[in-house]
Design a protein around this ligand. Structure first.
Ligand SMILES: C[S@@+](CC[C@H](N)C(=O)[O-])C[C@H]1O[C@@H](n2cnc3c(N)ncnc32)[C@H](O)[C@@H]1O
Length: 252
């Protein structure tokens, strides 16, 4: 496909849900070595009440619930974005779960000390105080976080050089947890590799992962997309690196 055909193909792909299966054959993404979904499945097997914050389309939560040896009697999730809320309900309700419509900065609609397991993968906001409040004593919070600089190679290719946060992700995250009264049990950070093999996949990624280039539209970034097209023709792909952290915390 030529440049214009790839742009049109990238604009035609649906970006609802938080499912990345479309990318198979177009782009690859390494997963962090700690295996979030498996780790959550193991914990779900021992939990009595679990909450997933910003569940997206519920796909990852459902995979962990499916893999768990037993399911918690109470399964809850929150989601803010209406298109994903409907998808998440269809995904989580078959597991006996419920998905509450909650804005990302709003209080969680649950009583104090309700959950022995709270999880959240790639949330846009981590409501540390609310997490502590709804956890039981001894309850755990497990989160895979996107941290500053994720896909810097991609966003700087599109937008030019950007600000670099001098404070480490570990400092930001452990401060958030400790100030809310949680104890950090484990912290890990990795830079998984992303490789785009066509321009269509770059367009779909930038439309879907909206915070990468916040004002992205194909029209506005046409010149940089042309440069990306030429880069991929010359090198066979475009390589970028995500920044991910794993935080496991406990309410003492
Ligand atoms: C990065 S997603 C992660 C979802 C889920 N926890 C997972 O790991 O698959 C985080 C949040 O961003 C929301 N989101 C995704 N695309 C969005 C968009 N275009 N506009 C607003 N929110 C969006 C999701 O619905 C979800 O609540």
């Amino acid at each position: 496909m030529d440049f214009d055909e790839q742009l049109a193909a990238g604009e035609a792909v649906s970006i609802d849900g938080w499912d990345f299966s479309w990318f198979v054959g177009h782009a690859t993404e390494e997963r962090p070595s700690w295996g979030y979904s498996r780790m959550v499945a193991d914990r779900l097997g021992n939990a009595t009440a679990s909450l997933d914050i910003e569940t997206g389309g519920g796909e990852v939560y459902a995979a962990s619930l499916h893999a768990a040896s037993t399911r918690p009697p109470r399964v809850e999730a929150t989601e803010a974005w209406p298109p994903n809320l409907a998808i998440a309900r269809a995904t989580i309700e078959p597991f006996g779960g419920r998905v509450a419509h909650v804005e990302n900065d709003a209080p969680l609609p649950f009583d104090d000390a309700t959950f022995d397991l709270v999880i959240s993968r790639l949330p846009s906001v981590t409501p540390w105080h609310e997490i502590t409040r709804v956890l039981t004593t001894g309850g755990a919070f497990i989160s895979q976080q996107v941290v500053h600089g994720t896909n810097r190679e991609l966003y700087e290719f599109m937008m030019g050089q950007q600000w670099i946060d001098p404070i480490s992700a570990e400092h930001h995250l452990s401060t958030g947890a400790r100030e809310a009264g949680l104890e950090i049990v484990d912290f890990q950070q990795e830079s998984p590799r992303l490789e785009f093999f066509d321009l269509t996949s770059v367009v779909v990624f930038l439309r879907k992962v909206v915070w990468t280039v916040p004002d992205f539209t194909v029209e506005k970034y046409r010149d940089r997309l042309r440069a990306m097209y030429e880069h991929i023709l010359e090198h066979g792909s475009f390589v970028s690196y995500g920044q991910r952290a794993l935080v496991i915390a406990r309410k003492p």
